[in-house]
Design a protein around this ligand. Structure first.
Ligand SMILES: Nc1ncnc2c1ncn2[C@@H]1O[C@H](COP(=O)(O)OP(=O)(O)OP(=O)(O)O)[C@@H](O)[C@H]1O
Ligand SMILES: [Mg+2]
Ligand SMILES: [Zn+2]
Length: 273
């Protein structure tokens, strides 16, 4: 493993947040989950592995135009926001530079961020993955030892199909799937607060059952979650006692249980009917 002498050797757990399909809420979930984990007293970092469409800088409220300082001409010092350390491609390129890189270049950029970021001691480093199952996903599983992956999905059938691809990819590269996160499961009315499963219920639970993993959380589709994320002030810090923050707190708890329960065990077996 190309791990000795890098920032990663003082990171206890690397957790990838992934999905097969784009736009299901990986980045929003990563930002809130990271903050919820930090709120429990853990040292937390976020690596934005979305080279083409980085979003953690905006979501975590890192001021536009921020760049990491460097150390010994070798290390990037991650930026700090809301108490979590963040590294993103967005901090390394000009806002106007189009990122029309081909696969190998993007994988190289990720590798650099992965191996040359000076995280310091961390309990959990969350990796916000780009959509899909391509080069970036492969690079990550080859260059770093992941504790596991969370697969985010929405309850719609198409997204669930893509979630299957995500799960199967991690199985192929021997990364344990810690569980499924169903996002935008229910709609919360911003007028009266009532909650409705507009895309149907139980999809995430069925998927989890089928793959021998767990449904860690069903997160609501909520206007405030989007507004807080857009404002760089995720719900977990914007309204720490609000229903969204509590849901992310419960997700963090379930993830910690999945990791601690999984310690010393082999990757979960995959059973496909
Ligand atoms: N639970 C939620 N409630 C309301 N809006 C949400 C929720 N989760 C995500 N969103 C919104 O949906 C949009 C897509 O979310 P996000 O960027 O987190 O998805 P993603 O999976 O990271 O997308 P990509 O594949 O492009 O990286 C954003 O506008 C975000 O604010
Ligand atoms: Mg994203
Ligand atoms: Zn209503």
């Amino acid at each position: 493993m190309a791990e000795q002498n890098t920032g990663l050797n003082v990171v206890k757990h690397l957790v990838a947040v992934a999905s097969g399909k784009g736009g299901v809420g990986k980045s929003t979930t990563t930002a809130n989950l990271a903050l919820a984990t930090a709120a429990k007293g853990y040292k937390v970092g976020v690596l934005d592995a979305d080279i083409y469409g980085p979003s953690q800088g905006l979501m975590l409220g890192v001021p536009a135009g921020s760049h990491p300082e460097t150390l010994d001409e070798k290390w990037f010092i991650p930026l700090l926001s809301h108490g979590v350390k963040v590294m993103s491609m967005a901090f390394l390129v000009d806002d106007n530079a189009p990122m029309v890189w081909r696969g190998p270049m993007a994988a190289g950029a990720l590798q650099q961020m992965l191996l040359q970021t000076h995280w310091g001691e961390l309990d959990y480093l969350f990796i916000d993955m780009p959509p899909g199952t391509g080069d970036i996903q492969l690079t990550l599983s080859q260059k770093a030892k992941l504790t596991g992956a969370l697969v985010v999905t929405t309850p719609q059938d198409l997204a669930l199909l893509d979630a299957r691809k995500g799960i199967e990819m991690f199985a192929k590269v021997q990364v344990p799937v810690l569980g499924i996160v169903e996002n935008m499961s229910t709609h919360v009315c911003s007028n009266c607060g009532h909650e409705e499963a507009i895309f149907g219920a139980h999809g995430g639970a069925k998927l989890a059952q089928q793959y021998g993993t767990e449904l860690l959380a069903s997160l609501p589709l909520s206007l405030t979650i989007r507004e807080h994320a857009d404002a760089g002030n995720p719900s977990v810090v914007a309204e720490p006692q609000g229903p969204a923050a509590l849901a992310y707190g419960a997700l963090a708890e379930a993830m910690l249980d999945a990791i601690n329960g999984a310690a010393g065990q082999a990757a979960p077996s995959i059973s496909i009917e």
